[in-house]
Design a protein around this ligand. Structure first.
Ligand code: FMN
Length: 179
């Protein structure tokens, strides 16, 4: 049984925001599968009088399909050094063809207010319910950013890292450290 030490999101906001550029993870659950992906484009804030975590997920991700089936996710934040296998697998492979939970050796801990589990190896956990979802309108993005991140040019489309993002605003409904 996992222990959960609850915390106030805004009191720990510095820890959460500092972790984002180094990469945090989001976990989803749908159709009997649990799937975790690395994410570094995200924001933490206050919207509609709620604490929110905003995740930017490219259309091509399996995570996007999972979120559209079950609009709940956990944010999984490392605390100190962790097995780099988790980074390689969750940031480099798709849950479409891999059971990343098994391959990365993740230990799941039941969600408390949502159906999606947290991850013992990435213990700082935010449970989120999606309250808003929006496809990006790439035409509104400044040209230099558009050209760099959304070239939409088949000649340069060597992988799936060029398609549009979907913005998911998740209300943070629980926050705790797993141990
Ligand atoms: C450090 C790092 C940060 C990443 N950040 C994002 C991100 O913010 N949004 C995104 O859509 N993909 C991001 N990715 C890519 C996904 O993690 C990767 O494509 C993953 O395999 C998708 O898994 P899925 O298909 O199971 O959802 C990142 C990858 C790495 C290594």
């Amino acid at each position: 049984m996992a222990d959960r030490e609850r915390f106030d999101v805004f009191k720990r906001a510095g820890d959460i925001v500092r972790a984002i550029p180094d990469c945090v993870y989001i976990t989803t659950k749908a159709g009997g599968k649990v799937n975790t992906m690395a994410i570094e484009w995200a924001t933490l804030g206050n919207l509609w009088a709620k604490p929110v975590f905003v995740a930017y997920v490219r259309n091509s991700r399996f995570t996007r399909e999972m979120l559209d089936k079950n609009p709940e996710f956990t944010v999984n934040i490392p605390s100190g050094p962790y097995d780099r296998k988790i980074f390689r697998i969750c940031g480099g492979k798709s849950g479409r063809d891999t059971d990343k939970t098994a391959e990365a050796g993740l230990t799941l801990a039941d969600g408390q207010k949502i159906s999606v589990p947290g991850i013992m190896e990435l213990p700082m956990t935010l449970e989120c319910k999606v309250i808003y979802r929006q496809d990006q309108d790439v035409s509104l993005i400044p040209e230099d950013i558009r050209n760099r991140f959304y070239p939409h040019n088949p000649a340069r489309c060597h992988d799936t890292d060029e398609d549009d993002h979907v913005t998911y605003i998740g209300e943070i409904v629980d926050a705790y450290i797993l141990s």
